[in-house]
Each structure stands twice: as C-alpha cells, then as structure tokens.
Design a protein. Structure first.
Lengths: 422, 194
C-alpha cells in the first residue's frame, strides 16, 4: 500500500517536470529530482508483507469491575525481517489501560519475537473481547506500508460490582411449600414460637411445654411458626429511555448492581429468584434456588445494555406465562416512562406483590449538570413530578427512591418486610 | 536519545519547528515581491497554507494537510518562478525541507504515543532502535535528494551533459517520468513475484 506521502512526492515531481517543460526551465527540472530520488531510496527498501503468529494470554477471564487484568501478547515473525513494525492490540474502550502499552513500533528480525505486556482495568461490567492484533509493516521513510490483522481474540467477562446488602432483610410475603427462612404465618417447622396445644402421642419430648404442663396438670406441646421459602422476580428496566448520565453512572448500571445484590441476598435465604430484563429483547431467567442460579443471573446481567423501546407493561406478558403468580416482583426502574404508573397498577391488579427500587435519574443528572438558578428551578419541577408519581405508586406498591451515590442498603434497611401497602 | 519524558515532547515539537522554518522562509521571500497584486496573491496562499497545515493537527481536520502543502508550495515557487527567479540551491533545500517536515510529522504521529506511555527497558531499546533507523533513513534520503540534483546541475553547467537545449530537457524529463513510473510499479511487481 502506497502512503499519501509517496503519492505527494510523485505528484510534486511530475508537476515540476511539466512546469519545466512549459516554462523551458532547467532549474525546475532539477527541482523535480529530490522527490524522485526520495521515492527511489524508498523503493530500494520496500516494506515486507508481515507474516506473523500471535499468542495472547490474560491473567483472568472473569473479573469484577475495577480489578486489573494483565495481558501478555507475543508476536513471532515467521516471514522476512521487518524494518519497522507498528503493532496495536485492539482493546475495547471500556477496558482502560492501567499500565504498559498495547501499541508499539519496533523492528522485528526474521524468526524474532516481540512481546507486549500491559494491564487493563475494566471500568464497567460487560463481555469484552481483546483483539484482533493490527500490524503495519512500514518503510522507514513512510512511503509504503503493508497492513495485516491477526485474528487473535481473548474474552474477558467483567462482573458488575455487587451492592452490599448483607444487613438488609429481603423476603417475599407469600411463601411456597418448601422449607426456607421466611416466616409463613402457618404452623410448621421453625424457631419462632406460635402457640401451645394439647400433647398428642408422638410429639417430640423436647417440644413439651413443661411450665404449662406443670401449671395445668396435663401435657402441652409448643407449636412454632413454619419457615418456608418464596419466589422473587427481579425486573430490570434497561430500556433506552432509562439511560440517563454517563457510561458508568446511569440508572441501568446502578440497577444491575442492585439486581445482583438483591438476587444474592434473596438466594442466600433459600428463596427462589427469577429475573426479567427489559432491553432490546425481553430476556428472562426462570426462578430457581442456589448458587448456580446466582451465576445464571450474573451471566444475564453482564450482557445488559440500554436498548429497546417496549412499553413497561410488556413485562406482565412474561410474568403471567413464565413466573408464579404469588411471587414478589421487585421492579428496578428509574420510572422515567410516563406509562410506569399504569403498568405497575395493572401488575398489582393481577395479584402480584410489587416493590419498586428506583435509582433516581434526577440525582444523577444533578451531579453531572451545571449548577445554576435555572437548573435549580428545573430540578424542583422535575422533583415534584417524580414525587407525585412515587406517591401515586405507593398506593399499590412499596417504592424506594434511591440516590445511587448512597448504598442501597440504607433505604432497604428502613423496610422491615416487603409488605404490600395498606 | 533524549530521556523518557522528553522524547514525546521533542517528537511533537519537531514538525512545528520545520513548519515554522518553511513558513518564515516563504514569508521572507514573499515580502521581496514588490508588485502589489502578486504580493497579495502569494501572501494569501501563504496564509491559507499555514492555516491548513496548522488546522491539520486538530482531530478531524486531517484533510486540510494536502491543501496546506499545495498552497505553501505555490506561494514559495510561484513567487520565485514568476517574480524572483528560481535559485536552484534554495529551491532544492526548500523541497527537501518540505519532505523532512512530512517525515517528522509522520514519525511524531507514530512514535510520540508510544513514548508517552511507560516502556520497559527492553522495549525502549527496540523503539529507540526503530526511531534511530527511521531518522537515519530520512537523513540519508534528504541528503541524496539535495546533493544529487546539485551534482547533476554541476555536470550540466560544466557541459558534460548539455541540458540547456529543448530536446535534451524533453529527453531528461521523459527519462525521469520513466524512472518515477518504474518506481511506482516496482513494489507491485515485487509483490507478485513473491
């Protein structure tokens, strides 16, 4: 491939020649020589076509956001010697370079090896691919170049940072007939005292209430409140209109963090958790128990990107068909959609317990925007509108208005139990 | 070689130094033009060329670079061909300096980002060697570009090659066109044979 410099030199030479012929000036003929001589020197050492083999290794293929990942790229020259070789290992912009370099220029002898070592720090969650390796063999005068692309790709899956919700208690109100940790308001196996009844043959001796038996001169048995498990469905609103702010500071990214924290917390108390993500497609994970389910949910959350313009009411369609009726629906949405109220009302009317965690887009915008009188007034108006919407939603659901700059555990701790509003 | 933090700065400054030299040189020569209309024309070309080359450094303005070179060259050579008369040595030096400017610009674009990041000692040696090779090759080409035409001029003036007749000038021009054309297709032919 000829560079623009080579074309420029050839053109300059020809222009001087033509001018010399028109003006019959030998001076101009002489002036046409330097570009031609430089082109000739360049043509004596043309750039070789790069024949390279590349191997890349990464220190970890799965990492949480913010954790550095070391990358080592080794390029072996299996072709002729290369005078000047420019190498760029293509790194997605979400992976910030934290050390070393992914771009270099060096000569590479035949059978020689060039090594690049660098460190990337993922700024946000996602499924990223490093590569391909783009190489350009250059003529040192910059007159010619030969490009090649080495299709070597490495995958790095970056998990979102998880909200610390260890001290928050999240549990569904309605339970299912499986043992768990949610008080079921039914007699069963548990630790919370429920009542006393007459002893029946076969009752365990350790459950006999000796004080009541001694006072009333017949045997009584303690009964306990059964602890069962329930279902929680996390619905994440990742539609385009939910995106406000920057790539790292927006309601969708904060929603992903919250969803993962809630899933971890609810699964740890032996409940089933399902997930629905409303993005450019409706993506869902059916409810299940255990650690594996957390990884399944994590895998889906990693791929969340803003997209799609579905109405929020579409989640009702998935809920009705693929999720149990008595599940607690935790909707994570910035509530920027004007149809949110009607969608939540129709869910509540359909018999679902609905709780809403709303990462405030106003708080994000306020942090990013200019501070001034007009902005103050605009923010006040928007805040009033949002408060109106939230107070209307509170008639049918529990709503947490969350400023994402604070930990989610704080507003969650204020809620003792996910009861429906009175 | 300069120490690590100085290298990217030196590389970024080098094209500006050569460009400043070209602009000042052209400016001085244009000032010598006494005819007001021609002076205005050449001065306008100089301003356009300088602006074009300066703007070409901004992101998204790369397209202004060829136009800038053309305007600057037209200003210098126009002034000399039409008014001042062509001085061979100065003209050759100007063309060579233009090439050096383009080469340093290309080197700065390639090497400055590499030097701007922390490099390991082994890597630094490789990059330094590559930069050294590039500088050496550019200096060699620039030297030849300046000296060979002077030698040719000397030979012509001493009468060994009678280059001052129209047929000889046409023949010389044709030969140079042939050489340029051969140089242009040489890499393609070479690639086909390998």
């Amino acid at each position: 491939m000829r560079t623009s410099l080579a074309s420029g030199l050839a053109t300059t030479s020809l222009v001087f020649l033509i001018a010399a012929m028109f003006l019959l000036s030998w001076h101009l003929v002489l002036l046409s020589l330097p570009p031609a001589i430089i082109l000739a020197v360049g043509a004596l050492f043309p750039p070789s076509v790069p024949k390279l083999a590349a191997v890349r290794s990464v220190s970890r293929e799965r990492a949480p956001a913010g954790m550095p990942v070391e990358v080592e790229l080794s390029i072996h020259n299996v072709g002729p010697a290369l005078d000047l070789l420019e190498v760029v290992d293509v790194v997605p912009r979400e992976l910030a370079l934290a050390g070393g370099t992914n771009h270099t220029i060096a000569g590479l002898a035949s059978d020689g090896t060039l090594r690049l070592h660098y460190v990337v720090r993922p700024t946000i969650k996602g499924d990223f691919r490093i590569g391909p390796v783009r190489v350009r063999s250059l003529d040192p005068l910059g007159l010619g170049a030969e490009d090649a692309s080495l299709p070597v790709e490495s995958r790095i899956v970056v998990a979102p940072a998880m909200e610390d919700l260890r001290r928050a208690k999240l549990a569904p109100r309605r339970t299912r007939p499986w043992f768990g940790q949610v008080p079921s308001r039914r007699i069963g196996i548990g630790t919370d005292f429920w009542g006393v009844r007459d002893y029946v043959s076969g009752d365990e001796v350790r459950r006999i209430n000796w004080k009541a038996s001694a006072r009333l001169d017949r045997l009584f048995t303690n009964e306990y409140e059964g602890e069962r498990s329930g279902d929680v469905v996390i619905v994440l609103d990742a539609r385009r209109e939910a995106f406000v702010g920057t790539e790292t500071d927006n309601p969708i990214e904060h929603g992903v963090r919250a969803a993962l924290g809630i899933a971890d917390n609810v699964l740890a108390s032996r409940n089933r958790v399902g997930l629905i993500v409303q993005r450019d497609v409706l993506d869902w994970v059916p409810p299940a128990f255990g650690r594996k389910q957390l990884y399944r949910i994590l895998d889906h959350l990693v791929h969340v990107r803003p997209g799609g313009e579905w109405p929020l009411a579409h989640i009702a369609w998935v809920l009705q068909r693929f999720f149990p009726q008595d599940a607690l629906v935790v909707l994570i949405s910035p509530l920027s959609d004007p149809t949110a109220l009607s969608a939540v009302m129709s869910l509540a009317a359909g018999g679902y317990d609905v709780s809403i965690i709303s990462p405030s887009p106003l708080a994000i915008e306020w942090r990013l925007g200019k501070q001034g009188t007009e902005h103050d007034t605009a923010l006040r108006i928007l805040r009033i509108e949002r408060e109106n919407l939230i107070s209307e939603l509170r008639r049918v659901a529990q709503v947490i208005d969350w400023d994402p700059s604070t930990p989610l555990a704080l507003p969650l701790r204020r809620i003792e139990r996910w009861l429906p509003p009175p | 070689m300069a120490s690590a933090p100085l290298m990217p700065v030196a590389l970024r400054i080098a094209p500006f130094v050569t460009l400043t030299a070209l602009v000042l040189w052209t400016g001085f020569d244009v000032l010598a033009v006494t005819e007001p209309r021609l002076f205005q024309t050449f001065a306008a070309l100089l301003v356009i060329g300088t602006l074009g080359l300066a703007l070409a450094n901004l992101p998204g303005w790369g397209w202004a670079q060829p136009g800038g070179f053309v305007a600057l060259s037209l200003s210098y050579f126009g002034a000399h061909v039409i008014v001042l008369g062509v001085d061979v040595l100065a003209g050759l030096a100007f063309v060579t300096l233009l090439f050096v400017h383009m080469a340093t610009r290309s080197a700065a674009e390639r090497f400055a980002p590499v030097y701007a990041r922390p490099l390991g000692s082994e890597e630094r040696i490789l990059v330094n060697a590559a930069l050294g090779r590039m500088v050496l090759r550019v200096a060699f080409a620039a030297g030849l570009g300046l000296l060979l035409p002077l030698l040719a001029a000397d030979l012509a003036l001493t009468g060994i090659v009678p280059a001052r007749t129209i047929p000889s000038a046409v023949l010389l021009a044709a030969a140079i066109v042939l050489v340029v054309a051969l140089l242009a297709i040489l890499p393609v032919l070479e690639r086909r044979t390998t």
